[in-house]
Design a protein around this ligand. Sequence first.
Ligand code: NAD
Length: 265
Amino acid sequence: MDLSGRIVLVTGGARGIGAKVSEAVCKSGAKLVLSDILKEEGLEKVRELSEKGYQASFIKHDVTSETSWGQVIEFCSKTYNGLDVLVNNAGIYFSKPLVEISLEDWKTMFSVNVEGVFLGTKLASEEIKKRSMKSEISGSIINLSSVAGLVGAPFIGPYNASKGAVRIFSKGCAMEFASLGYNIRVNSVHPGVIDTNMGDEVKQHLINQTELNSNEATSQLADLHPIGRLGLPEEVANVIVFLASNKSSFITGAELVVDGGYTAR
Ligand SMILES: NC(=O)c1ccc[n+]([C@@H]2O[C@H](COP(=O)([O-])OP(=O)(O)OC[C@H]3O[C@@H](n4cnc5c(N)ncnc54)[C@H](O)[C@@H]3O)[C@@H](O)[C@H]2O)c1
């Protein structure tokens, strides 16, 4: 899948799924802007990619801040002269019984997972359309939802709600951009449990709620996926590169599961 000459912004790119997406888009020929709230880890990732000969730049970014988003879009414009693809990947997770969840907890979850995606889609679409409306190749916005945006699970009500919001927001934007002739596709991606820091948080929660040891908890999480294991961040990255590329030119408003069969039964 060729992304030659395409300018791609990946939020939360310092580690986990975002780091693998960053690597994968570079390998496909894109120019990368990697943003994250974690400055040291983000700079290190970009250093690693630059040493391999890829065009990659880092900017510190808090996706909950409109000002920060404005600076990131301006950085894309100044560094590479525009933007073609946005991967709204930055996200947070927590798990608690509903009665213990405060309004502040709920707002924190929504500020990153939902408001971050709203601000990014709003501001980036204005930049992306400057190029996409003059191009045969569409711009692409890819939003990280989750299987938790499709089916419920205990103790993660705010996470379920935030990822459900991302799913339907993506469809709404896909319809709006198509009707306005922006030539920007918008899709959501729905991973199962993936082996990252966030995957570790999911496992730790299971350990806290049960008598399971670490290996038993991994095995119980693996059993949620008919393929029989957790997903790898690169397996999500492959799907994101496909949605970024012109190979997915007739796909918009879609929800792509990358879940080892989790939601199929
Ligand atoms: N790992 C999983 O099991 C899983 C499953 C389904 C969906 N997802 C989703 O995939 C995405 C990536 O998850 P991951 O597993 O790589 O998680 P992760 O915790 O390993 O990485 C998340 C990244 O987002 C960044 N981030 C967090 N808050 C931010 C903010 N306010 N501004 C900018 N950056 C911020 C973090 O610094 C980190 O680099 C998330 O949206 C997550 O909800 C993950």
